[in-house]
Design a protein around this ligand. Structure first.
Ligand SMILES: Nc1nc2c(c(=O)[nH]1)N[C@H]1C(S)=C(S)[C@@H](COP(=O)(O)O)O[C@H]1N2
Ligand SMILES: [Mo]
Length: 538
């Protein structure tokens, strides 16, 4: 057997890529048609998320922010592309080896799919999807490689080839100056193009289904009209914000609200068949449908949600109006037993959180929320049901796509992030942020506004101070307080003089605690330190 030419090898690599792409797209299309099935790239991505060491994850969140999922999926796709290309390349000489290698990748992906934490489908749905991946990927690779040939010397034109159609169409391959391939390969161009075309069609069909299909939750949400809450939110007091360009608005729109979760594809949880189980250390386990929740007392409140991954000065904190059933009323209905101290919540995609029982039963009034800013929850923010608990970081208290509440003891379980090194109890730390001026902004000298937000759920902000270049702390003016569980804007008029200056902010809460200057990273229980910006005044 002669050594394959460069062109033949390139065709081999392309074969691997085309076959893998078609297989993955077809599998994702299949998964989109089957409720609860996790498709291969998502399953491998979920594995990657679950197995990535904590410091790497923190680095990824800090570096890529909201794009962290796209980066992860991109990484998975790039890896698959490299492996598939290499496999195809090997396949030019050793077709059996290449098919075995690709089969190995299919088996790994299938293993990830069958054991995926987010999958709620049975083995049949996952098996069907894995089968589509295997048939399209492996069949496609075999077909393409067969057309590429092995780099054997070409049979003379019009010769004795048995493969139908091959001999007559093989006179010209690639560009006319590509004598290499023409002379030495048995590349069957027509057969290759047929195979590639068929695979492209299968892949495109899969892609179209992924784009248009799935998401039964979308239809559910579109059809849903929330009833007016029994207890509507008190009107927003005047003066809760300052009308300043660059200052964060008091209420965050659903579209602008930060999003943090481990879900690579948004869980599809339609209202039909939805159940919220409340069980564990309770006297009367409950299983509530969505309309059971609508029938309970609905309360509307503004609450600022905060992520433990928010670095000093970061924007993983937002404020919305939530509608929900008070958690403590549901727990009272279920009858919590004496020795319980925690509630383990589980989402439809297998995420778990552990919340101290007292935070769910005291008068901060945590919600089992169904509405956000007057609408049903957006899909990305937990449709149809999520938790919102004032004063605790989201990872221990704000489970989205909520399906299960188990009253239990902290000693008896660990939750998603606590089993990855984060703290079991995670009250939100007193924080403040400078929104204007922005970092490294250039300003004209004179009176300049320095402004931002501060939050201290559930105690409330008492004071905010600003200092310039390490000088004396100056009292900032506070906006009207909306409530102790919402953030509070502040402003300070700065007589800015030319030069490069460093502005720092610190807040004090109602308990008298002032923010510490000590910088600690977000893991394991939230960042501390003063936010500062450096600006140039001319
Ligand atoms: N199902 C599920 N719920 C979840 C998470 C998650 O990964 N999965 N992340 C939590 C975290 S870390 C935060 S900060 C909040 C963020 O809620 P948001 O995306 O609506 O802003 O959701 C919480 N609820
Ligand atoms: Mo978070």
């Amino acid at each position: 057997m002669s050594t394959p030419t460069a062109s033949t090898r390139a065709l081999g690599a392309v074969s691997g890529l085309v076959a893998a792409t078609a297989g993955v797209l077809a599998a994702h299309g299949t998964a989109a048609l089957l409720p609860g099935v996790t498709p291969p790239v998502t399953a491998v991505g979920n594995r990657a998320i679950d197995w990535t060491p904590q410091p790497v994850k923190d680095w990824a969140i800090e570096t890529f922010g909201a794009a962290d999922k796209a980066v992860l999926v991109g990484g998975v796709l790039l890896t698959v592309a490299l492996l598939a290309g290499a496999t195809g390349l090997i396949g030019v000489r050793r077709r059996g080896t290449a098919l075995a290698l690709l089969a190995g990748l299919v088996v790994l992906a299938s293993a990830a799919m069958f054991t995926d934490r987010a999958s709620t489908a049975g083995p049949v749905g996952q098996g069907l999807t894995a089968t589509v991946l295997a048939v399209v990927g492996l069949g496609g690779l075999w077909w393409l490689l067969d057309a590429v040939g092995t780099g054997r010397p070409a049979v003379p034109v019009g010769g004795l080839r048995s493969r139908a159609g091959a001999a007559t169409t093989r006179t010209r391959v690639l560009r006319s100056d590509d004598t290499d391939l023409e002379a030495t390969s048995d590349f069957d161009r027509r057969r290759f193009l047929q195979a590639a075309g068929a695979l492209a069609a299968v892949g495109a069909a899969g892609g179209v289904v992924v784009e248009t299909g799935g998401a039964a939750a979308v239809a559910s949400r579109d059809a849903l009209r929330l009833p007016a809450p029994a207890v509507p939110a008190v009107p927003v007091p005047d003066g809760v914000s300052f009308e300043l360009p660059g200052l964060t608005p008091h209420l965050t729109s659903n579209a602008d609200f930060y999003r943090v979760d481990t879900a690579l594809t948004v869980p599809d949880v339609p209202l039909e068949g939805y159940r919220l189980r409340i069980h564990g250390l309770v006297d009367h386990p409950l299983e509530l449908t969505f309309s059971d929740l609508l029938d309970r007392r609905l309360v509307e409140r503004r609450i600022t949600l905060t992520c433990v991954s928010n670095p000093v000065g970061g924007d993983l904190v937002d404020n919305a109006t939530w509608i929900g059933v008070p958690m403590r009323e549901l727990l009272a209905e279920a009858g919590v037993q004496q020795h319980a101290d925690a509630v383990k919540s589980t989402s439809a995609d297998g995420f778990t959180a552990g919340t101290p029982l007292e935070a769910l039963t005291d008068d901060r009034e945590a919600l089992v929320a169904i509405g956000m800013n007057g609408e049903p929850l957006p899909l990305e923010h937990g449709f149809p049901v999520r938790m919102v608990t004032p004063g605790l970081y989201g990872y221990v208290s704000a489970t989205k796509w909520l399906v299960d509440l188990k009253v239990t003891r902290f000693a008896d379980f660990s939750a998603y992030w606590t089993s990855r090194g984060y703290a079991e109890r995670a009250p939100i730390k007193l924080s403040s942020r400078i929104d204007v001026p922005g970092s490294f902004e250039r300003l004209d000298s004179g009176r300049r506004v320095v402004a931002g937000v501060a939050w201290a759920q559930p105690h409330g902000i008492d004071a905010v101070e600003v200092r310039v270049d390490g000088g004396d702390w100056q009292q900032a003016e506070l906006a009207e307080e909306d409530s102790t569980v919402t953030w509070r804007p502040w402003r300070w008029d700065w007589p800015a003089e030319p030069g490069t200056h460093r502005l720092e902010v610190r807040a004090t809460d109602r308990t008298g605690e002032t923010q510490t200057s000590q910088r600690v990273p977000v893991a394991p229980d939230g960042s501390t330190g003063w936010h500062s910006v450096t600006v140039t005044v001319t």
